[in-house]
Write a protein that binds this ligand. Sequence first.
Ligand SMILES: [Mg+2]
Length: 257
Amino acid sequence: IQSLDEKQLNVFHRFSQSNSSLKKHRSRSIFSPFFCCFRNYNDYHVEPPPANNKTLSLPPPPEENGSPPKPPAKFLLPEVSITDYGKNCVVIDLDETLVHSSFKPISNADFIVPVEIDGTVHQVYVLKRPHVDEFLQKMGELFECVLFTASLAKYADPVADLLDQWGVFRARLFRESCVFHRGNYVKDLSRLGRELSKVIIIDNSPASYIFHPENAVPVQSWFDDMTDTELLDLIPLFEGLSKEEDVYSLLQNLRSR
Ligand SMILES: [Mg+2]
């Protein structure tokens, strides 16, 4: 990761660490509030939850006119479409799972996405993980696919437009659909509106699925290794998972190996 300075490198290295000894190195660069890749573990411990966070499980405030309280917040996903009926649901992370993005210009970017931050347009340089096209197409055949990222929609939505040429993602969920829990944006699978025994999450960050580790297919964080074959290597596992009535036993076997 030659393009990153020392401080940013420290943040990256913390992906695989759960300790907080590097807290003092936390960078408040323009990167940090932006990509979810900077969000891991204690990176966001000082940031309050977003004010418009609809995913909080608190009941709505009582209404002025004394009308009865509203039903609980609705599910994150719409009803299953006819084409996806009977399929298991795979929840797919974006940053460091499918792509790696940075503000540092790189000559081999797959996409360059302009994103406005505080009135200034910044170019975001996006690298696709090797075999991501084949992986996404296969996922689209086998599952109901949902993109679920802790990044902001103004970055992740245009990236998803460029990445998903096949319309694989039936829904896209962004930061506001996460639950802010102990300094992390957590993807609470119970809020999707799908049977949990039919839901799989693939994510490079274990903190993202801390509420549902038994539904997870862990994946190594990816930054720029062009020889990486992780996505290709995972396809046989997902082929198996797509045929399971209940994904838990297969995933448990995977964990105990
Ligand atoms: Mg990620």
